[in-house]
Design a protein around this ligand. Structure first.
Ligand code: GDP
Ligand code: MG
Length: 660
């Protein structure tokens, strides 16, 4: 029977939010134990479901894929995992995010290698509740059962676990099954409330097509809520994809809504079978990170040693990726993944040794993701940088996330996106803004309309960067007045957003590290040096103009003497504004030279003579090139008066200035 045969009826569902939260807390149990120890038989005896549903599983009598079943009349799901050593990856996927384990140990064999390996994985994944079934009990005597029980208890305590209860069972005779069932039910009833979260997180462990419905994924909903009709975001190594949750089922029953923890099947509209794969994460509005770098707390199994930079395989939920393991202080590591995977701070992971056949690597250890999208590690030589990083991850491990946020913002080279940081650390969306409102993040400032965060130190670094850019510009273009404010501002904004760029520039200006004048930024030293330098250039230009007297000089004459045009222009502009020189047409004259022309003209008029252009040329020993602009200036200022009568063209008389 197809467990999803009801999917096509889903659009008749109406969403009912009134009973939100009213549904009983579901519980998810996973099996664990060595191959052939009776896990699948146990689940069949409890639930009536044969989870070995694949033809190959039937033929070989061994579980290859995860199997799923519900304990009739209860909200309890079982995930049946394979026990073969080559299928530990499937066990890890199945056990991730579950509430408890049912550990099957064949009474006649006792604890075997995969019994231990599964217990290690369980401990690393943070599963604390274990029910033990000593299986095939009808085949052995009481003494053997007692030995097996002692054996299991010892194996559990070796990984700091203890059994909730131990049951002597036989799937064949039904012995102990009723007890085991009640133990499962009472354990499920005591499970803690998972709490409300705005994050939806469903690691995908199976993907298939259902005729007429389209693509369906299954997985253990480990966080939050899924509802029919809601948009979903799928993340994984293939990048983000979006779809819509068209249908939801829990063990073959359609439902409008599912709350974590639950085994769910989701029919996703707008995506195809090939758009999805095992290891993807289905999320809602608040997406997890997709990352190649995980900072983690790492616990190694007893007797395991790892080398820095050792190759490994990392499992997070149903996803796995080849990685290098970089050691980061004791108890921490950075996992550098060969391909990205979707992850969230706080999720558990397992790392296995690398083997060319990646099914074979032994479990080395595991722990928790502390930063799901960590920046690259500081170089080993940067011991201060490294120890600051270790400190930040220690804060995460110790649950001091607010201090960790402070430390990470302080270290970040630019303002950090708040939503992304919340995913990195596994914080509830909106937490950083909330902490900031409560003054729990001293010195933290929001930029870019509240979407990004930085600290006073972060802004300081940006201010330093702005100053460095201005200095670099000054060095490469010493003849300019400084760097364009807009250019520096946009370069900074590209790096850190406009708000942060402006805040950093304000900081640099307020602190006196930069000054701004007419849209140009410069350092105070440069501005002074530039002042002094242009003073010098101005004096040199004035001396040249004075030497040229009424011959005047064009800009090109200065440039020909080796001074750059920009310097010449700046110097002449200074002379003009300070009243020491004047441009007439294409020529520059020292004010002193023009004054000499005035004196000569006054003497000329005192003799009662009019002044022709020829007279002026002779008087001042200049050619027409100088005479015309000079005379026009003298007319303008009133030293001369041009006679505009017909016969008097080209004749000048004493102007109003001289007649006063
Ligand atoms: P799994 O690999 O742990 O899932 O083990 P299975 O449930 O597939 O069982 C392995 C073999 O042990 C099968 O041949 C089962 O029929 C057999 N088996 C399972 N439970 C019992 C039991 O209680 N008594 C006996 N005699 N055999 C059992
Ligand atoms: Mg099995």
């Amino acid at each position: 029977m197809c467990p999803l045969d009801t999917l096509d009826t889903l659009d008749t569902h109406t969403l009912d939010t009134s009973d939100a939260g009213a549904s009983p807390r579901r519980a998810v149990f996973a099996t664990a134990g060595h191959v052939d120890h009776g896990k699948t038989a146990l689940i069949r005896a409890l639930t009536g479901v044969d989870t070995d549903r694949l033809p190959e599983e039937k033929r070989r009598g061994i579980t290859l894929e995860l199997g799923f079943a519900e304990l009739p009349g209860t909200p309890i799901s079982f995930i049946d995992v394979p026990g073969h050593r080559r299928l530990v990856h499937a066990m890890i996927a199945g056990a991730s995010g579950v509430d408890a384990l049912v550990l099957a140990v064949a009474a006649g064999e006792g604890v075997m290698p995969q019994t231990r390996e599964h217990l290690h994985v369980a401990a690393l994944l943070g599963i604390r509740r274990v029910l033990v079934a000593l299986t095939k009990a009808e085949l052995v005597d009481d003494e053997t059962l007692a030995l097996a029980e002692a054996d299991v208890r010892e194996a559990l305590s070796a990984v700091q676990l203890s059994a909730v209860s131990v049951h002597r069972t036989s799937a064949r005779t039904g012995r102990g099954m009723e007890e085991l069932r009640s133990a499962v039910v009472s354990l499920a009833e005591t499970l803690p409330d998972p709490g409300r979260t705005a994050r939806t997180l469903l690691p995908v462990d199976r993907v298939f097509n259902v005729q007429g419905a389209g693509v369906v994924v299954t997985g253990t909903l480990v966080h939050g809520r899924l509802r029919v009709g809601q948009p979903v975001r799928v993340l994984g190594r293939r990048g983000p994809r979006t779809g819509v949750c068209r249908g939801l089922e829990i063990h073959g029953r359609a439902t409008a809504q599912a709350d974590a923890p639950a085994r769910v099947a989701v029919n996703i509209a707008r995506l195809e079978r090939d758009d999805l794969e095992r290891g993807d994460i289905v999320s809602g509005e608040h997406a997890p990170c997709v990352s190649r770098r995980l900072d983690v707390s790492l616990q190694l199994l007893p007797g395991v040693t790892v080398k820095d930079d050792q190759p490994a395989v990392v499992h997070v939920g149903a996803a796995r990726a080849a990685a290098r393991l970089l050691m980061l202080g004791s108890g921490f590591a950075q996992l550098v993944l060969h391909e990205p995977l979707a992850a969230l701070g706080g999720l558990a992971f397992v790392v296995r040794g690398f083997s060319p056949n990646r099914e074979h690597g032994a479990v080395l250890g595991g722990g928790r993701i502390l930063d799901a999208d960590a920046p690259p590690l500081p170089r080993p030589r940067d011991t201060a940088g490294r120890s600051r990083r270790v400190h930040a991850v220690e804060l995460c491990r110790d649950g001091r996330q607010d201090d960790a946020v402070l430390a990470m913002l302080d270290e970040a080279p630019r303002p950090v996106d708040g939503a992304a940081l919340e995913s990195r650390l596994g914080l509830e969306p909106g937490t950083i803004a909330e902490w900031s409102r409560r003054d729990a993040l001293p010195g933290v400032v929001s930029v870019d309309a509240g979407s990004c965060w930085t600290t006073a130190r972060g802004l300081e670094r940006l201010a330093e960067l702005a100053t460095a850019r201005v200095e670099a510009h000054q060095a490469s273009a010493p003849h300019e007045r400084g760097a364009s404010l807009e250019t520096i501002r946009s370069a900074l904004a590209e790096r850190c957003g406009r708000d942060a760029a402006d805040a950093a520039l304000h900081r640099a200006l307020a602190g006196g590290r930069l000054r701004v004048e007419k849209g140009v930024l410069s350092t105070p030293e440069f501005a002074e040096r530039e002042h002094a330098a242009s003073d010098q250039a101005a004096l040199a230009a004035l001396a040249a103009l004075e030497r040229a007297a009424l011959q005047g000089m064009g800009e090109d004459a200065f440039v020909a003497s080796g001074t750059p045009l920009t310097v010449v222009r700046a110097a002449l502009a200074r002379l003009a504004t300070s009243g020491r020189a004047r441009r007439l047409g294409a020529l520059w004259f020292a004010e002193g030279a023009i004054e000499e022309a005035r004196v000569a003209i006054r003497a000329h008029f005192e003799r009662g003579l009019p002044l022709s252009v020829a007279d002026f040329k002779a008087l001042c020993r200049v050619s027409r090139k100088q005479a015309i602009p000079l005379l026009e200036q003298l007319d303008r200022e009133g030293t001369t008066l041009r006679d505009r009568s017909e016969q008097g063209r080209d004749i000048r008389l004493a102007g109003p200035l001289l007649r006063e």
